[in-house]
Write a protein that binds this ligand. Structure first.
Ligand SMILES: [Fe+2]
Length: 211
């Protein structure tokens, strides 16, 4: 174990201000295989959710990404604050019955890699740990109507969020199986380099890019 992994294990995220390219490389090496590298450029004329300039609701990325690393290249003139929500602490506020119900709700997953499933449960237990997968807009209508889903969503919206404004060269790392992420609306243009990593696994090939 090292400092970064320890921090991710304890808090689910790590914020590393003003990080050099060399240090970034070291961190990436510690976290495992890079399964995707994307320039996330948010601008007004984009039709894609990820690259639009609008407020982005809390979600997880592709489930094969255990960690997400963002490296800020250009920050927006206004807005663009990264929002994090610890799904673990939200989950703890549900009753045992609700927890069980939530594990039965599946959310659609884009097939970016051959190993992706068609969907993942919002929560499942892997090696004694909760793994979360959630996007409101990828959940089917019939699930959105369920009281437990509504409660889950409401708890997320009203939770204590971590708000971080990334400056140029700052790095933010999250455990994508635990921390939900979103961001406030962006005014101007913002450019983040995003890496997806998985310590144990390398997909056979990539089918398409999400952005
Ligand atoms: Fe995302």
């Amino acid at each position: 174990m090292n400092f970064l992994r320890d921090q991710l294990k304890e808090f689910g995220y790590s914020y590393l201000p003003n990080t050099s390219e060399d240090d970034l490389k070291t961190h990436l090496n510690q976290l495992g295989n890079i399964i995707d590298e994307t320039d996330v450029i948010a601008k007004s004329d984009s039709k894609s959710l990820v690259t639009s300039d609008k407020y982005l609701d809390f979600h997880t990325d592709n489930h094969l990404a255990k960690y997400i690393v963002w490296h800020c290249k250009v920050q927006a003139k206004e807005g663009g604050i990264s929002l994090l929500c610890d799904a673990e602490s939200v989950f703890e506020r549900l009753t045992n019955e609700e927890k069980k119900e939530l594990s039965g709700i599946h959310v659609y997953e884009h097939k970016m890699y051959p190993e992706n499933r068609n969907s993942n449960p919002i929560v499942k237990t892997v090696d004694g740990e909760n793994n979360f997968y959630y996007s409101f807009w990828l959940a089917r209508e019939k699930y959105r109507e369920l009281p437990v889903f509504k409660k889950w969503r409401e708890l997320i919206q009203n939770a204590n969020h971590i708000r971080i404004l990334l400056n140029v060269n700052d790095v933010l790392i999250i455990d994508n199986h635990r921390i939900l992420h979103g961001r406030t609306e962006i005014i101007g243009e913002r450019y983040l380099k995003r890496y997806w990593l998985n310590p144990e696994y390398l997909p056979t090939r990539k089918l398409y890019s999400q952005t």
